[in-house]
Design a protein around this ligand. Structure first.
Ligand code: ADP
Length: 206
């Protein structure tokens, strides 16, 4: 099955996708993570993407679509969870040409909570586990529970970039939601934490 997670930055897409990956072996495709990997290279493309991410803008569709297709096409036999893609209607239409989506979950979280989540977010640079200095502290201060690496704060998790990222989200989200609502596999989700995970597990019959 292919599960698609929609929602603003900080709405919990990464946390759910990590859960489905760790507990049920889903292939977790996170475009933000793919782009962050590219930024570590020493190339003009890496510099360009870094600038876009840190400005809170979206990377262009042609590059994003190509990256997704090349990563996804070899994993289509597995269960897949898409995290951060598609982000606009053009990407959704492109994806629709080669991939059937079984479930679309739209994670709806209030903006004040989103901002606190992003400001407090820390991630493990190795296994990508997500923590929060306010809500989800690691057992050992600033270290990953799983592999004990020092947690990092993403460069784009700053107050200023968050505003821009939320603006980008609002600009593109409505047509995207309409597209999936029309297809009939769309579900708006407003629960959080353990209740959210349980709701998703129930719908996916896991
Ligand atoms: P978040 O959901 O917290 O904003 P992501 O890790 O999904 O974070 O994305 C980080 C950044 O990577 C985005 O702000 C954007 O610059 C880029 N990005 C990720 N996914 C896409 C996409 N589907 N299309 C264009 N740019 C993307």
């Amino acid at each position: 099955m292919v599960v698609l997670l929609l929602g603003a930055p900080g709405s919990g897409k990464g946390t759910i996708a990590n859960y489905l990956e760790k507990e049920y072996g889903f292939f977790h495709l996170a475009t933000g993570q793919l782009f962050r990997q590219i930024t570590k290279q020493n190339s003009p493309l890496a510099q360009k993407i870094k600038k876009i991410i840190n400005a809170g803008k979206l990377v262009n569709d042609a590059l994003t679509n190509k990256l997704v297709k090349s990563n996804l096409i070899k994993k289509m036999k597995k269960n897949v969870v898409l995290d951060g893609y598609p982000r606009n209607i053009e990407q959704a239409k492109y994806l629709n040409k080669f991939c059937k989506i079984d479930y679309v979950f739209d994670l709806c979280v209030k903006e004040n909570i989103i901002i606190k989540r992003i400001i407090g977010r820390r991630i493990c640079p190795v296994c990508q586990a997500i923590y929060n200095i306010y809500y989800k502290k690691p057992q050992e201060k600033n270290h990953c529970n799983f592999d004990h690496h020092i947690l990092i704060k993403r460069d784009d998790d700053t107050k200023q970039t968050i505003k821009q990222r939320l603006q980008e989200y609002k600009k593109f989200n409505h047509p995207l939601v309409a597209f999936y609502q029309q297809k009939g596999n769309y579900k708006k989700i407003t629960l959080t934490g353990k209740k959210l995970i349980n709701q998703i597990k129930k719908i996916l019959k896991l």
